[in-house]
Ligand binder design. Structure first.
Ligand code: CP
Length: 329
């Protein structure tokens, strides 16, 4: 694909070569993310960050990534802080904000809303999560993390096993990740959820259609015995009709050190898109795993910075100029 000026709305727009291009540029961003080098390649450029739903890492890592490339960030956080609270449309908001920005990142609770916004924008728009639909940059950073973690054990994205656990119906990160897995060779996917919260059938069909081996189960312990990656997710309580309904499922799958050690292989890697729900009634990924070397959740968040820096550089066509505007620290 031609990255320059493109919107990033869905992982479906990527070919395998595009993913590898993003990952190569992300690798090259490492000294800048570690502040070993400083670049001003995006000096004068403005990121418009529009976050209409809560976020910690997506919003802040988009902002930090843009700053690390030398650009400036302007933010609107929460619908009540925007003129959308007065009935302004996505169309008008996009027309206005794209006059103030070089690129826009947006999160919104409605499925398809970011695509509608992008259609009216005069600058590239990156989807930071649209309802239960997609979270393409999270899927890219997840896949980048899986690639790095597998490489540490001499493995590749073309032959590995992953168990995805939790609210697979509403979890946009697992929807996007499954679609990306369809670009790779031979993946065994174990989908672990309550029967009411299974992965959408269309996503499962895509995985099976390209030859991946998919198992659907509601058993946690037997599902993690023979996998390379355990990808835990939160019950997405904000997507349920009521808190009471969400509470039926919170705490259903709890991964802790004892269960992990008893069932998983020593090299199995634990991932989670975060936030994890640390309240006692949920606790899907226990803090007693915090110091476990298999826990990759903070390696994931660090990788998110690299992948988002890479995307900005590619969308704005400066990926080959980063070093020209750089100095050692
Ligand atoms: N993973 C993720 O999207 O986190 P935030 O909701 O904090 O952005």
């Amino acid at each position: 694909m031609d990255f320059i000026g493109a919107n990033i709305l869905s992982v479906s727009q990527f070919e395998r070569a595009d993913i590898e291009r993003v990952f190569d540029v992300a690798d090259a961003m490492t000294p800048y993310a570690k502040r070993e080098k400083v670049t001003r390649v995006l000096e004068g450029a403005i990121l418009g960050n529009m976050f209409m739903e809560p976020s910690t890492r997506t919003r802040l890592s988009f902002g930090a990534a843009f700053n690390l490339l030398g650009g400036t960030v302007r933010e609107t956080v929460g619908i009540t802080a925007s003129a959308m609270a007065k009935g302004e449309s996505l169309y008008d908001t996009a027309r206005v904000l794209s006059g103030y920005s070089d690129v826009i990142c947006m999160r919104h609770p409605q499925e398809g809303s970011v695509a509608e916004f992008a259609a009216a924008s005069r600058v590239p728009v990156v989807n930071g999560g649209d309802g239960a639909n997609e979270h393409p940059t999270q899927a890219l950073l997840d896949l980048y993390t899986i690639r790095k973690e597998l490489a540490a054990h001499g493995r590749t994205l073309d032959d590995f096993r992953i168990a995805m656990i939790g609210d697979l119906k509403h979890g946009r990160t697992v929807h996007s990740l499954c679609k990306l897995l369809c670009l790779f060779g031979k993946v065994q996917v174990v989908l672990v959820s309550p029967p009411e919260l299974t992965m959408p059938e269309g996503v499962v069909e895509k995985l099976r259609a390209i030859g991946h081996d998919v198992t659907v189960t509601d058993q946690l312990e037997t599902s993690i015995t023979d996998v390379d990656i355990v990808y835990s997710t939160r019950i997405q309580e904000e997507r349920f009709a009521s808190q009471e309904e969400a509470n039926l499922y919170r705490g259903r799958f709890r991964l802790n050190r004892e269960i992990f050690t008893r069932n998983a292989q020593p090299n199995t890697v634990i991932m989670h898109p975060l936030p994890r729900d640390s309240r006692a009634e949920a606790n899907e990924l226990d803090t007693d795993l915090n110091e476990h070397p298999s826990l990759a959740i903070f390696r994931q968040t660090d990788n998110g910075l690299l992948v988002r820096m890479a995307l900005f550089a590619l969308l704005l066509g400066v990926e080959n100029q980063v070093d020209m505007y750089a100095r050692e620290v």
